[in-house]
Design a protein around this ligand. Structure first.
Ligand code: F6R
Length: 605
């Protein structure tokens, strides 16, 4: 997710914009830019750091006191100078910066091109500058209001025009924007850290609102154009709290961002009622004729691969093979030109995943990358890419990128099913649309309880087990990895049916066992495995979905997640386990965001 800043007042805008952008650097970005009005539009952009942008201004900054700025985290179009914001209209008089995703940008672009507009970038954002140009008839705010009626998706926008040297237009729709109040000046930002050095008084725009900001005043309008009274608030956060939006750690913030991350993953790919749109990213020809699929990944992404393999086995007749990338690289693999190799990686830079992907490619496989980082090595070398759109993940432990990978794999499974069988399971995709709200309800109903359990039980133990069957096994593996990597507690994930083949020997009184029970056809089997644990006085924390069932004989504690289609349950059950790992780690005083011996991207073998 990108960063927006803006300024209108009496001071020179450019240094203030750069200062604000620097405060957003922690969020991660691949390019940056500013536009200053004086009297024409002056645009400075770079595919690089803010320092590179500053270097462009060493010759002297334009003295204008109106401007906008942006740090870009690529979503549509690779990181490049052309794709960096701000984006202009044909006349070069209107400049726009944007956070979020315009879902219908391809249709809009086609239409605008047909009307003679000339595009210079691959971004979804550029349609906004041309739409504003199209609707402009002397009133910039009205033109923006008309333009946004055409947009589908999520967006925060800041717009300036050289024809309106005292006017900054801001729009918020599912992507935050805050207006900082100064003395005869206003600041605009997508994130509070960018404001803190200038002011502590702000208006928080509500969804659907458009603001017309001049150095004298702010006028706020709702989506129907009616003027509304903006509410000011005092910001009491210190700069470090502000970067984390008030959360104690980035990991907790990112865990809570999952409803939004899933909405972004689905944006433009799933219409109302579950209509699937993936053909632009993964052309039909690319998947035609495939007979077998190899999924390759490491760590958390490997657990997503296990989930994907299970789904593909259930939904298609393809032969599915899933393997850790570090193993795949050095094994005999049966790859041919009918193999689809799916490499999954948050960073797109993991050395083992890249090595495995190159091996499959050299043997003739078609390569599909599922990654969060646009322009990463994996994305560049793959034949097709499906971006997860989870936004930058700053905590080392992967959370929102994982659920975004699961969501992408659901979409992909339905797509491949459609190609191989001519139809797909509509319940799977309909259920996916409900996942963001269901995730949000888990935070409301379960977080306090998980915190208590983690602080009072898990934090003091040295060994734990995570059990599941079928799809729940992949989730159990992810749950145990999270606990190990950030709380430094030994954890082992097992197929529940395997317990009796040896590991039961380690179940002693009080040993915590986290179990997952979401797959109806495996529930009875799982519960009998849990009774084996209870018979040895192991302590079972059960995460389940079925409200009719009595779990009292099999578990000490039961946490119910919202009911969903069983194949989607892993998108929900992982949340309590992420929270468990997080609260256990904080209780033990661990450095949650930077756990020992783990890097955000593992670029060595
Ligand atoms: C766990 C974690 C690691 C990564 C693994 C692969 O929370 O972050 O296990 O999942 O190093 O990284 P990517 O997905 O970047 O290839």
């Amino acid at each position: 997710m990108c960063g927006i800043v803006g300024y209108v007042g009496r001071a020179e805008a450019a240094p203030l914009l750069l200062h604000g952008l620097k405060k957003l650097e922690y969020r991660g970005y691949d390019s940056a830019g500013i536009a200053v009005v004086e009297p024409h539009l002056h645009i400075y952009k770079t595919q690089g750091r803010i320092a590179d942008l500053e270097a462009l201004l060493t010759e002297g900054v334009p003295p204008g006191s109106l401007g906008i700025g942006h740090t870009r985290w690529a979503t549509h179009g690779r990181p490049s100078w052309e794709n960096a914001h701000p984006h202009c209209d044909c006349s070069g008089q209107i400049a726009v910066v944007h956070n979020g995703i315009i879902e219908n940008y391809l249709e809009l672009r086609k239409k605008l091109e047909g009307e003679g507009h000339v595009f210079r970038s691959e971004t979804d954002t550029e349609v906004v500058s041309h739409l504003v140009e199209k609707y402009y008839a002397g009133d910039l705010c009205r033109a923006v209001q008309a333009a946004v009626t055409q947009l589908k998706g999520s967006y925060a926008l800041a717009v300036v025009s050289s024809r309106h040297p005292n006017e900054l237009i801001a729009v918020r729709h599912d992507s935050p924007l805050v207006i900082g109040v100064g003395e005869g000046e206003y600041y605009l930002a997508s994130d509070i850290p960018a404001l803190l050095d200038f002011t502590r008084t702000a208006y928080i725009l509500d969804d659907g609102q458009v603001a017309r900001i001049t150095r004298e005043s702010v006028a706020v309008f709702n989506q129907h154009g009616a003027e509304q009274l903006p509410q000011t608030m005092h910001i009491s956060w210190d700069p470090v709290q502000a970067e984390k939006e008030g959360y104690a750690h980035f990991m907790l913030k990112e865990i809570h961002e999952q409803p939004r991350a899933i909405r972004q993953t689905l944006a433009g790919r799933l219409g109302v009622g579950g209509a699937l749109r993936l053909a632009e990213e993964i052309p039909a020809d690319f998947v035609r004729g495939i007979t077998n699929v190899h999924l390759i990944a490491c760590g958390t992404a490997y657990h997503a691969a296990l989930y994907g393999a299970y789904l593909l086995q259930e939904c298609t007749d393809l032969q599915v093979h899933v393997e850790l990338a570090s193993e795949y690289r050095y094994k005999r693999t049966r790859v041919n030109d009918r193999t689809l190799a799916i490499a999954i990686s948050q960073s797109g830079e993991t050395a083992d995943t890249l090595g495995a992907m190159r091996k499959a490619k050299a043997a003739g496989a078609r390569i599909l990358a599922i990654t969060n980082v646009v322009g990463s090595t994996l994305a560049r070398e793959a034949d097709a890419v499906m971006y997860t759109h989870a936004g930058p993940e700053i905590a080392v432990a992967s959370t929102k990128a994982y659920t975004a990978q699961l969501c992408s794999l659901c979409l992909l499974a339905a797509y491949l099913q459609q190609h191989s069988q001519g139809t797909y399971d509509p319940d799977l995709l309909r259920g996916l649309l409900e996942i963001p709200d269901q995730m949000a309800s888990i935070f409301q109903t379960c977080e306090a309880r998980i915190k208590e359990y983690s602080w009072e039980r898990l934090a003091a133990v040295s060994d734990t087990f995570f059990l599941g069957r079928g799809l729940d096994l992949a989730s159990a593996m992810e749950g145990q990895l999270k606990l190990k990597e950030i709380a430094y507690i030994h954890a082992e994930a097992l197929a529940a049916g395997e317990l009796k083949h040896g590991t039961l020997a380690l179940i002693e009184p009080g040993v915590p066992v986290v179990a997952l029970a979401t797959q109806p056809h495996l529930l009875d089997k799982l519960l009998s495995n849990l009774r084996e644990v209870k018979a040895r006085h192991g302590e079972v924390f059960l995460i389940a979905m079925d409200r009719q069932r009595d779990f009292s004989q099999a578990a000490d504690e039961v946490l119910l997640v919202p009911r969903t289609y069983p194949m989607l349950a892993p998108l929900l059950t992982v949340l309590p386990m992420q929270l468990m790992a997080y609260y256990t780690a904080t209780a033990r005083g661990c450095d949650v965001d930077k756990p020992r011996n783990l890097a955000k991207s593992v670029t060595v073998e």
